[in-house]
Design a protein around this ligand. Structure first.
Ligand SMILES: Cc1cc2nc3c(=O)[nH]c(=O)nc-3n(C[C@H](O)[C@H](O)[C@H](O)COP(=O)(O)OP(=O)(O)OC[C@H]3O[C@@H](n4cnc5c(N)ncnc54)[C@H](O)[C@@H]3O)c2cc1C
Length: 401
């Protein structure tokens, strides 16, 4: 999503653009997410600070968190930085910067969805956080009220009766819900990226297969090997999602990056939900998709390429079966992807500090599907020296140098 949107925005500014991927666009992380364009996500996802959540995470209890020892070892330093940055003052600072980008998420997706002819993929019914206990619902309702006042993200609080009427597929017995009114839900996230990529090609862009590991500085800029030969350009943007860390290490950068892996599995319930549901006290999402009801899991701290260990899927499935008749799982192996994260919870958008003509656009963590268009716009504006949609300062790569 991030690379494709960057290509579209550069192209729109008159650059001749070549989008290179080792696969096709929309087949990796942006394929398997929950498909939410999360206008409500004004706060980046913090490392939990309360002792009960930390204990649950460390003991690998529940569906929200799992970890591999090798992952904790490899990602120890950035994770420590993440934990520190998640303290109230740091999180408030990150929220101030994050919310400014999120504010443009819908406005920047909307024209691309229209131009790409992708309206059939989008549902505008909002996003529900459901609660099992009245205490958790009350706390979430108070927080939602604060966020609405501070950032204008609209919501309603639903009683058990209102929730039952809105989502008859859910079993009775829930305490109620917070329904965010602004988010949009995409019923096939990979297909949306593919439609954006098709728009890029239709407007004259070149889509090539190649490996970013072959990127080299040249006398005139940058060169990269592709299956149809070497391509050269005055400027290059690296937008490799969870693989960005490997690529920039090769260039001598040591940014505090890590991944939070996540799984999905589709189910075929007798009745689909009207809009995506977050089981807030258990930490997983149920999102209606064209392929069925997609269950997506929370965070797994493990190396990006380590074998799949879908224990959270099994736990989340058991919780989901308490909420509704989930039906049979689709006959497919669980999907595994990795959220590209930074220690300070902000994406990395801007010029590479020590490499003229090289730009970075990665690290969008839990909301890269949401933020692709506005991040692409921001990079394209910086590359072309135009005024920017938001002040880029908080996201600049130089903050880690
Ligand atoms: C379970 C789960 C649920 C999520 N739900 C949501 C959600 O509802 N809403 C939301 O906004 N976000 C969500 N996210 C986060 C979101 O999916 C990611 O932040 C986003 O997809 C990242 O996009 P990207 O373009 O940076 O990375 P990717 O989509 O992974 O794209 C990176 C691209 O780089 C290519 N590439 C990698 N290495 C090389 C190389 N060496 N050479 C050439 N090409 C290369 C890959 O092939 C790929 O096409 C979720 C994530 C997970 C795991």
């Amino acid at each position: 999503m991030v690379g494709t949107c960057t290509a579209l925005h550069l192209q729109q500014r008159g650059f001749e653009v070549c989008l290179v991927d080792r696969r096709r666009p929309g087949e990796e992380t942006s394929f398997g997410n929950a498909g939410l364009i999360q206008r409500e996500a004004v706060e980046p996802y913090p490392f939990p600070q309360d002792p009960a959540s930390v204990a649950n995470a460390l003991l690998g209890r529940g569906a929200a968190v799992n970890w591999h020892a090798r992952g904790l070892w490899q990602m120890g330093r950035p994770l420590l930085g993440y934990w520190r940055a998640s303290r109230p003052a740091g999180h408030a600072r990150a929220t101030a910067a994050y919310s400014r980008l999120i504010a443009h998420a819908i406005d920047e997706h909307a024209p691309l969805i229209a131009a790409a002819g992708a309206e059939d993929l989008v549902v505008r019914e909002g996003y529900r956080f459901v609660f099992r206990s009245a205490g958790a619902l009350d706390a979430a309702a108070r927080r939602a009220q604060d966020l609405q006042q501070q950032f204008g993200v609209r919501h309603t609080v639903e009683t058990p009766e209102a929730l039952a009427q809105a989502e008859p597929a859910l079993r009775a017995g829930l305490a109620g819900a917070v329904r965010w009114l602004d988010p949009w839900a995409v019923r096939d996230p990979g297909a949306l990226v593919q439609r954006y990529a098709a728009l890029f090609v239709q407007r004259g862009g070149a889509l090539l297969e190649g490996d970013a590991a072959t990127l080299r500085a040249t006398a005139n800029g940058w060169a990269l090997k592709t299956t149809v030969g070497t391509v050269g350009a005055a400027q290059a943007v690296l937008a490799l999602g969870p693989w960005s860390g490997d690529a920039i290490r090769g260039l001598g950068y040591r940014f505090p990056l890590f991944v939070k892996r996540g799984y999905h599995q589709h189910y075929h319930p007798p009745a689909l939900l009207g809009c995506p549901v977050f089981d807030a006290e258990r930490g997983y999402v149920l999102a209606p998709m064209q392929r069925g009801l997609r269950l997506t899991t929370g965070a797994e701290f493990a190396p990006v390429d380590a074998p799949a260990t879908p224990v959270q899927l099994a736990r989340a499935e058991a919780s989901a079966r308490e909420l509704l008749d989930l039906g049979k799982p689709a006959d497919e192996p669980p999907w595994l992807g990795a959220r590209p994260c930074t220690a300070d919870m902000l994406p990395v958008i801007g010029p590479a500090p020590r490499h003229p003509g090289l730009w970075f656009n990665f690290g969008h963590a839990h909301q890269g599907f949401t933020l692709g268009p506005v991040s692409g716009l921001l990079v394209a504006q910086m590359v072309s020296g135009q005024p920017t949609v938001v002040d880029p300062a908080p996201y600049l790569p130089a903050r880690f140098c």
